[in-house]
Ligand binder design. Structure first.
Ligand SMILES: C[S@@+](CC[C@H](N)C(=O)[O-])C[C@H]1O[C@@H](n2cnc3c(N)ncnc32)[C@H](O)[C@@H]1O
Length: 241
């Protein structure tokens, strides 16, 4: 039996990158520009982008002048990101459940890269690792889906054709998790994966942050940094120290 967690498999496949190939680079760059300007982050800041995927935020942050380290569990994504490395941009395979060796001035956890684990203790462990990996006065930037809006607008069934692959997608909320079942036929095989993200709203995240001793400084609802509104905002963005 395959005992791997879903996120170890799915994010490491080429199909994940095919399905999400239209994810918006300009949105990601706009967010990075807005947040670094808003926080007046000096160019001396060493940022850890965790998990970084193929490095779309990390590469852009580096182009703004920052020293950036990207970490991700997916070996394939890190291999691809490494093409962009320079003396102020490095990538490495890292499991965010493990402590970091270095300290950073800021840690960015972007684009719903949290809440994959069954047990709350694992979520808290990740936040604790991040906190321990920050220098004094270091900042944590957390960008997650807005669970309440997802729930209110859940698209139960959808079919998407990308690069000739027909992805059948079903969504549901069950036992405190937002589930996205993805099935498709590709490379002569039927595949199915389920993305599973915990239903974490502002109250729950606040209690997590309090537990590890993070103080929330700002709460935004989108990449333009408008205020968070639990009914209408697309994102839940927290800045903590
Ligand atoms: C939704 S993607 C977002 C990636 C990136 N932040 C972006 O915006 O493109 C989530 C990422 O989390 C990574 N991941 C999942 N579990 C992880 C873990 N335990 N440690 C480190 N990375 C993990 C996956 O490999 C994947 O690249």
């Amino acid at each position: 039996m395959d005992t791997k967690n879903w996120f170890e498999d799915w994010f490491n496949t080429p199909y994940y990158h095919t399905l999400y190939k239209d994810r918006n680079t300009s949105d990601a760059q706009l967010f990075m520009k807005n947040i670094t300007v808003f926080l007046e982050l000096p160019k001396t800041t060493h940022i850890l982008d965790l998990p970084c995927g193929k490095g779309r935020h990390a590469v852009f942050l580096n182009s703004l002048g920052y020293k950036v380290t990207g970490g991700d569990l997916s070996e394939n994504s890190i291999k691809s990101a490494k093409k962009f490395e320079n003396d102020r941009l490095t990538f490495k395979v890292h499991d965010m459940r493990k402590p970091f060796k270095n300290k950073y001035n800021a840690v960015f956890n972007l684009f719903t890269s949290f809440g994959y684990f069954e047990d709350d203790a694992e979520d808290i462990l990740i936040l604790q690792n991040i906190k321990n990996g920050l220098t004094n006065h270091g900042l944590f930037i957390f960008d997650f889906l807005n669970a309440n809006k997802v729930k209110a607008n859940l698209v139960a069934k959808e079919t998407k054709v990308v690069d000739g692959i027909t992805f059948h997608i079903k969504r549901e909320i069950k036992n405190g998790f937002i589930l996205k079942h993805i099935s498709f036929f590709a490379d002569d095989k039927q595949h199915s994966f389920t993305e599973r993200v915990k239903f974490l709203d502002l109250d729950k995240m606040t209690s997590y942050f309090n537990k590890v001793g993070f103080t929330i400084m700002h709460i935004f609802g989108d990449y333009k940094l408008n205020d968070f509104d639990s009914e209408n905002s697309n994102r839940l963005i927290l800045v903590a120290k």
